[in-house]
Design a protein around this ligand. Structure first.
Ligand code: MLC
Ligand code: AMP
Length: 498
């Protein structure tokens, strides 16, 4: 069964699929909307044949109808970051070779010049809502379904392409492992251009027939009011959000805070992932709400691979074991599998969940696989049967608030500033964000610029979460004999300076 048939997305089903503001959208209505969108996209075609249809839509019924409409019509869904800058969108759209972009009217003025430049047709969801009915194309499991952009060790984000079969595998493994049912209710406040929000929350819930409460972002007062009212059974977030929730609770009157904690306590599951959940955070959440966070490990290219058990011991600081049907092994620097527990190695993954390719980038695809295993670039160790993540093989990848950022992408942008001669970006530990972005900068001779001005300037080309939170202007950068910047030295320099 491909993604054009989620088991619960059926005509005349009146259970609630989505809550958007004051509106409740039943599965039957959503199914109708999806079909209309699919036919609108198809027009006179019988199959979109993997046309890349991009969409720039906030968490909304339109977002869901467009994503599923593209799937049913045989296209590749390209969800875009609604907080992206024009320069970033230009890269995503160009790289994906998108032919159509769907966005609400209020964003057309901003997107129009870009689309004109790239020869992309700009549409609104309402332009595509036809009343047409008829047959939709049969879609084989190995057809490409989605492209999500991910940062990495190159200076431009790559498009990760997953097939209908990949996405189905990523969803169904979690349905069983985490006990999803159609009685579940979950808030969705994570961004919808990454797998945490797209797969783990939105599409797992829709596959299960559960109800998704849509938010346009993380709004602690609004979300916790619903938690206190007992409106949710499952909660999924990145560690930064649990930190922010604890801070928020600290500022509330005792009775209000207690009602929220009781709301969390009554849920059947709280999940943390996308970045390491520090042990003190795990303990604080348990002490405050009674919930033992279920920490899991995943990646855009693979969905989820490791998870603490739903039933059984959830161990702080660990990400559990491989999910059923997914092979996870640690490999040494010699590329041999590590046999012994307690020896660190790189996590490599095989299974139906593993993506098909980086779009239009055969070399990157080839280099990320070895003997059929996808090489994650994350290091781990197995301790008494539980995987523990130890860090990454590349210092150029930063995780801030659950977002994966490329130091090289940020450096390339900084180097375009007229006063900057050299730039080196690192991630440094931070209690709230996990890591925060710090830039070391050497100015051109005779040029002046201060950190605040550079940060403000960076907001032009970079999404706000990529902007360095701290900029240090230095006379020179530490380099090795080959002339390469030694980033571990920069980290030491930063810690010494702090
Ligand atoms: C926001 N800010 C950040 C940031 N997010 N700074 C660093 N890192 C981040 N991640 C900054 C803004 O620029 C702004 O700065 C200030 O914080 C407030 O912005 P905000 O938008 O109001 O913040 P908030 O809504 O609280 O956002 C924080 C957040 C968000 C944690 C909710 O970052 C988020 O949604 N993160 C989740 C990302 C995610 O889904 N990752 C999954 C990837 S998939 P200023 O200076 O303007 O005030 C994956 C695989 C897997 O990893 O395993 O799941
Ligand atoms: P992304 O490429 O945005 O999908 O981010 C995937 C990366 O997030 C992984 O390669 C890990 O580095 C990190 N990650 C995800 N879950 C965890 C976790 N539970 N603990 C530590 N790191 C994690």
């Amino acid at each position: 069964m491909s993604l054009n048939r989620f088991p619960r997305l059926q005509a005349d089903d009146d259970r609630i699929a989505l809550i958007e503001g004051d509106r409740q959208i039943a599965y039957g209505t959503l199914n109708d909307e999806i079909n209309r969108l699919a036919h609108g996209l198809l027009g006179s075609k019988r199959d979109l044949e993997e046309e890349r249809v991009a969409f720039f839509l906030p968490a909304s019924t339109d977002y869901v109808a467009v994503m599923h409409g593209i799937w049913r019509a045989g296209g590749i869904a390209v969800p875009l970051n609604v907080a992206a800058t024009t320069a970033e969108l230009d890269h995503y759209l160009g790289c994906a070779q998108a032919t159509r972009l769907i966005a609400h009217a209020e964003h057309h003025a901003m997107l129009d010049p870009l689309c004109a430049d790239l020869g992309i047709q700009l549409l609104q969801p309402s332009d595509l809502r036809t009343s047409a009915t008829g047959t939709l194309p049969p879609i084989a499991d190995d057809r490409r379904a989605m492209m999500v952009f991910t940062s990495g060790t190159t200076n431009k984000p790559k498009g990760v392409v997953t097939t209908h079969g990949n996405i189905r595998a990523q969803i169904t493994v979690l349905l069983d492992a985490w006990g999803w049912s159609n009685r579940d209710r979950i808030p969705l406040f994570l961004p919808l251009h990454h797998v945490h929000g797209i797969i783990n929350v939105l599409n797992c819930a829709l596959w299960a027939g559960a109800t998704v409460h849509l938010f346009r972002g993380f709004d602690a007062p609004a979300i916790t009011a619903h938690v206190a009212a007992g409106d949710y059974s499952v909660f999924m977030a990145v560690p930064t959000i649990y930190v922010k929730l604890l801070d928020y609770l600290d500022g509330l009157e005792e009775e209000v805070g207690r009602a929220i904690c009781d709301g969390f306590a009554a849920m059947r599951l709280n999940v943390s992932g996308s970045a390491a959940c520090p042990v003190p955070l795990f303990e604080q959440w348990r002490a405050r709400t009674g919930q033992v966070l279920l920490e899991r490990y995943g990646m855009t290219e693979i969905g989820m691979a490791l998870s603490n058990p739903y039933h059984g011991e959830r161990r702080a600081g660990h990400v559990g074991q491989p999910l059923p049907g997914i092979q996870v092994r640690l490999f040494g620097e010699d590329h041999q599998p590590i046999g012994e527990q307690g020896t660190p190695g790189e996590i490599r993954v095989k299974g139906p969940n593993v993506f098909r390719e980086y779009w239009d980038n055969e070399r990157a695809t080839r280099e990320s696989f070895r003997d059929g295993w996808f090489c994650t670039g994350d290091m781990a160790v197995i301790e008494q049967g539980y995987f523990r993540i130890m860090g990454r093989t590349s210092i150029d990848i930063i995780k801030s608030g659950g977002y994966k950022l490329s130091a090289l992408e940020i450096e390339a942008v900084l180097l375009a500033h007229p006063a900057i001669a050299e730039a080196a970006v690192i991630g440094v530990e931070d209690e709230t964000w996990g890591e925060k972005v710090v830039a070391f900068i050497v100015l051109r001779q005779g040029r002046r610029a201060d950190p605040d001005e550079i940060m403000q300037w960076s907001a032009g080309p970079l999404s706000s979460y990529k902007i360095p939170r701290l900029i240090r202007i230095v006379d020179s950068l530490p380099r090795n004999a080959m002339g390469k910047v030694t980033k571990p030295d920069l980290k030491t320099l930063f810690i010494a300076g702090a």
